[in-house]
Write a protein that binds this ligand. Structure first.
Ligand code: HEM
Length: 368
């Protein structure tokens, strides 16, 4: 339990041990809705609109709001519902592989495969036009980068994003389709279940969460396999190891390094440290996932490891809603790649570079 920073009487903490991370994430004493602690004047106009988008995300809500919002979307992300998407995911993967086969020389696996696969899937689920995916990538990146530093593009990008969604909602209201946005609009129209701000927040959350995370799962796991040729060979020879390779990829190169922020609601003792009301707390998921008291040979990448509950998808009530989707996409991705390219290898001698980013762990490119 480390104190990172102290400012205006508030301390920021980072939790790194597996057991402590688990305790933090399941404790109701650490809350997500900071408006319960800090009183800020209600912002007006465009600024107010932007703030409301973030304040109303389920990821930043506590029970009972969190419970109500999660219940609304959970059925669309259950393993059984997600499994029904498998044939379509295979078709998308096969199309991307055919395009890769048409490329001459080395190909960046991220641009040509790991990025488009999850984006096409989540866009189709939500009912967002797939051809607009580059706009969504820009907006998602700006919003995620805001966890590092606020860019001047931020306000403009969020405004464009809101305007785009407003138009899309109007279209779907007039002509509903069999997609998640149409169903969420229906829930909003029923009243009680979801208000207008929450509707925007939910769609923004699903788009952002579905964008950069699974991309990193696919690319990071392939990179770990390239770095460990014996492990790659084992998976190439026995595709039934793919599922456990994905779990080990999640543990070893966790695509989300840190949980999102929590606040200590009351003064309390936490493993020998005193947390004051309003202290800011982050859990390092990637550190928990390499805790040698929890995982034997934690620094070893082992696709046959018996998994013991890694923290890559978080824990507790905010446990990743998209975990079944990400796991299935990861499995299909590796299966398609290793079947289509039995001797796939990293191109060139240069080591790929990690993106310099706080929250997520991903490579800039991975040429194969
Ligand atoms: C929450 C990781 C993919 C939707 C989370 C959390 C983590 C996480 C760690 C909890 C954050 C916290 O407690 O502070 C991942 C990883 C992914 C992935 C590693 C891919 C490998 C996805 C996908 C979707 C998604 C594909 C859906 C489209 C969500 C949502 C939440 C969430 C909606 C908030 C849940 C809640 O507040 O109840 N994710 N995620 N995630 N994730 Fe994922």
């Amino acid at each position: 339990v480390f104190a990172m920073n102290q400012q205006n009487g508030q301390t920021s903490w980072v939790i790194t041990k597996y057991d402590h991370v688990k305790e933090l994430l399941k404790s109701p004493n650490f809350i997500k809705d900071q408006s319960k602690i800090f009183v800020t004047p209600e912002a007006e106009g465009d600024e107010g609109k932007i703030i409301r988008i973030f304040r109303n995300m389920m990821l930043d809500a506590d029970p009972p709001d969190h419970t109500r919002l999660r219940k609304l979307v959970q059925p669309f992300f259950n393993p059984k519902t997600i499994k029904a998407l498998e044939p379509r995911m295979n078709v998308i993967a096969d199309e991307l592989i055919s395009e890769m086969k048409n490329q001459k020389g080395p190909v960046d696996l991220i641009t040509h495969f790991a990025f488009p696969l999850p984006i096409i899937v989540i866009s189709e689920m939500l009912g967002v036009p797939v051809e607009d995916r580059n706009k969504f990538r820009k907006w998602s990146n700006t919003i995620l980068a805001a966890s590092d530093n606020l860019t001047t593009d931020f306000a403009q990008d969020v405004e464009d994003f809101i305007e785009y969604l407003t138009r899309l909602f109007e279209e779907r209201k007039e002509l509903p389709k069999d997609d998640l946005i149409s169903k969420l609009l229906q829930a909003e129209a029923d009243g009680e279940k979801l208000n207008r701000d929450e509707l925007y927040s939910m769609v923004v959350l699903l788009i952002i969460a579905g964008h950069e995370t699974t991309v990193n799962l696919i690319a990071n796991t392939m990179y770990a396999l390239f770095q460990h040729p014996d492990q790659l060979k084992a998976v190439q020879e026995d595709h039934s190891l793919i599922e456990s390779a994905i779990e080990e990829g999640l543990r070893f190169y966790s695509p989300v390094d840190f949980s999102t922020a929590r606040w200590s609601e009351e003064e309390m003792e936490f493993h020998g440290k005193t947390f004051k009301r309003g202290d800011f707390v982050l859990a390092s998921l990637s550190s928990a996932n390499r805790d040698e008291e929890k995982f034997s040979d934690a620094e070893t990448f082992d696709v046959t490891r018996e998994q013991a509950g890694h923290m890559a998808f978080g824990f507790g009530i905010h446990f990743c809603l998209g975990a079944p989707l990400a796991r299935l996409e990861g499995k299909i991705a590796l299966n398609s790649l290793l079947s289509a390219f039995p001797s796939i290898r990293m191109a060139g001698q240069e080591q790929p570079e990690w993106i310099n980013q706080f929250l997520l762990r991903g490579l800039k490119e991975l040429n194969v």
